[in-house]
Design a protein around this ligand. Structure first.
Ligand SMILES: Nc1ncnc2c1ncn2[C@@H]1O[C@H](COP(=O)(O)OP(=O)(O)OP(=O)(O)O)[C@@H](O)[C@H]1O
Ligand SMILES: [Mg+2]
Length: 315
């Protein structure tokens, strides 16, 4: 039996726009085992953040189930959802815009603890803030500084400490290192990895950069225009990519080993609009392996080998 912490089934999020209904997330399903990481990858606008936000109900899903330890989060009333949210946290790409510039580190980290009345005693609260700062590698002397006084890496550490304040079981990391210098990226990734091992955390790791999820994820799901087009273990994903879109994404990763030079695949053709979706494969217009069938129907996500799913008529 698998020990799924999170089981997402048929998740949809449509937005009303002046051009029509925008299918940002369109029937997405996956599950994540406790203590594991699912990497969610794909180009800008494919629906990664919307998937994450709909899971946490920061926006209301249009349809679908989000089972957290067997409880459907989507059906919870506001009181129960408030309690549930302690288990489920998010870390954003740009800690600068997600942190209140008028508040000190102390205030920022203490805020969710105070709001949820977890600790009310002032001395105990400061002790807890210092403990969280230590956990994420922030020096004690920084407690009364403001976000703008710190570099991007330290700001992201505040975001992580704030997420950890509720002792969550599950964290959505939405491009947590994309805005950081490469040298700092590795430090933050290492911190997230250490925290996962120490605290038994389960992650969804969202990124448009496949080279980042490479070492970080147990499983990888590739999204294209609101749908998962391929899902496999990270190892299988890199050694045996099947979907033409995954192959193109992987071919764009620079690899240092010259003997193993990969042919870079350039995607041509126009991107299908998420508003007026055709009754065809959403990737067909850009696919260099497209055949007639691809323009005439929608390929289902099929299990090709154990745990390896792909939505492509070639398989
Ligand atoms: N509030 C909204 N109203 C209307 N459309 C939205 C809204 N939020 C997102 N979208 C649209 O939904 C689609 C998915 O957006 P989303 O932000 O989830 O993509 P993403 O994969 O996270 O992209 P990025 O890599 O740029 O962060 C896009 O077409 C976007 O324009
Ligand atoms: Mg996003």
């Amino acid at each position: 039996m698998t020990d799924a912490l999170l089981d997402v089934r048929g998740l949809k999020k449509y937005f009303e726009t002046s051009h029509g209904l925008l299918h940002a997330v369109d029937d997405v399903s996956f599950s994540i085992e406790r203590g594991k990481t699912l990497g969610l990858v794909g180009e800008s606008g494919c629906g990664k953040s919307t998937t994450g936000r709909a899971i946490l109900r920061l926006i209301e899903p249009t349809a679908g189930e989000v089972l957290f330890e067997g409880v459907d989060v989507v059906k919870l009333g506001s009181g129960a959802m408030r309690k549930m949210r302690k288990n489920m946290q998010i870390i954003f790409q740009d800690p600068f815009s997600s942190l209140d510039p008028r508040k000190t580190i102390n205030q920022i980290i203490a805020e969710p603890i105070k709001e949820n009345r977890i600790i009310t005693d002032k001395v105990a609260l400061e002790k807890r803030v210092l403990e969280l700062m230590e956990t994420v590698g922030l020096a004690e002397r920084l407690i009364n500084t403001y976000p703008h006084e710190l570099d991007g890496g330290r700001r992201q550490r505040i975001g992580i400490a704030r997420a950890l304040a509720m002792e969550p079981k599950f964290i959505i990391c939405d491009e947590p290192v994309s805005a950081l210098d490469v040298s700092i990226q590795a430090q933050i990734l290492n911190l997230l990895k250490q925290l996962q091992e120490r605290l038994g955390l389960t992650y969804i790791f969202i990124t448009h950069d496949l080279s980042v999820v490479n070492h970080f994820s147990d499983d990888i799901a590739v999204m294209y225009l609101g749908q998962i087009v391929e899902k496999a273990s990270a190892e299988e994903h890199f050694n045996n990519p099947l979907h033409p879109y995954t192959k193109a994404l992987l071919s764009a990763i620079p690899i240092p080993d010259l003997r193993n030079k990969r042919q870079r695949i350039t995607l041509k053709g126009e991107i299908t609009s998420p508003v007026n979706l055709p009754d065809a494969c959403r990737f067909a217009k850009r696919c260099n392996e497209c055949v007639e069938q691809c323009t005439k129907g929608i390929p289902p996500l099929k299990e090709i080998s154990k745990g390896h799913f792909v939505a492509c008529f070639k398989y």
